[in-house]
Ligand binder design. Structure first.
Ligand SMILES: [Zn+2]
Length: 210
């Protein structure tokens, strides 16, 4: 199964009429946030594949009447949800670490823990019925110490480290960390999980679970 993951930056290769043929083999699109709604709508209508997203810290989206919205037409908001897409078990957690007291789409470690607690019943249900908790965790921010940075805004979540140790997803796909250096790491293995920075875009070949 081919997954196209996008984040943080509009890519000319995707925002382009030839994207439909260039990315025809993609089965599923995942967005890790900080992208405008019109870009995601463009991807979903051009590629004509399901698109699941989480918001980054630089949202919100607005609907056609200029009202704030949690929903992007044709796409599915994955925050706080656990879904089964063609046999892949996928969950999403939006936002970044809290760096402003009143900032939206920002969470303290404790607030993020509560977001995880709320999806716990579905993770346990997956374990009972499917033999595993989760295949892919989609986030905006990275885990603490992996692909993150020293400044408060770009620090990763310690909760995501705990999540990987406890629930062993095969992938944690995130954004938020921009990639400017040619030698910057896009993928890092942590225990059972491949941590992937989707900045711009990345295509992953994910085998369905046995
Ligand atoms: Zn961000």
């Amino acid at each position: 199964m081919k997954i196209l993951a996008v984040s943080d930056k509009i890519e000319e290769r995707l925002y382009n009429a030839s994207a439909a043929s260039a990315f025809a083999d993609v089965d599923l699109v995942l967005s890790c946030g900080d992208l405008p709604a019109y870009y995601l709508e463009y991807l979903v209508s051009t590629l004509n594949k399901p698109l699941y997203y989480v918001f980054g810290n630089h949202e919100p989206a607005y609907d056609q009447d200029g009202r704030r919205t949690q929903e992007i037409p044709g796409c599915v908001n994955l925050d706080g949800r656990v879904v089964n897409v063609k046999g892949l078990l996928i969950a999403g957690l939006e936002g970044s670490i809290r760096y402003r007291p009143d900032g939206e789409y920002q969470y303290t470690e404790e607030e993020m823990l509560w977001k995880i607690v709320r999806i716990l019943p579905q993770l346990i249900w997956n374990r009972i019925t499917r033999g595993r908790y989760l295949d892919i965790l989609v986030t905006h921010a990275p885990p603490a110490g992996i692909h993150d940075a020293a400044d408060r805004c770009h620090q990763g979540f310690r909760q995501y480290i705990w999540f990987m140790e406890r629930f062993k997803p095969r992938y944690l796909i995130h954004g938020h960390t921009h990639m400017y250096m040619p030698n910057q790491k896009r993928q890092t293995k942590y225990k059972d999980t491949e941590v992937v920075n989707a900045y711009g875009y990345v295509v992953l070949d994910v085998e369905p679970a046995k």
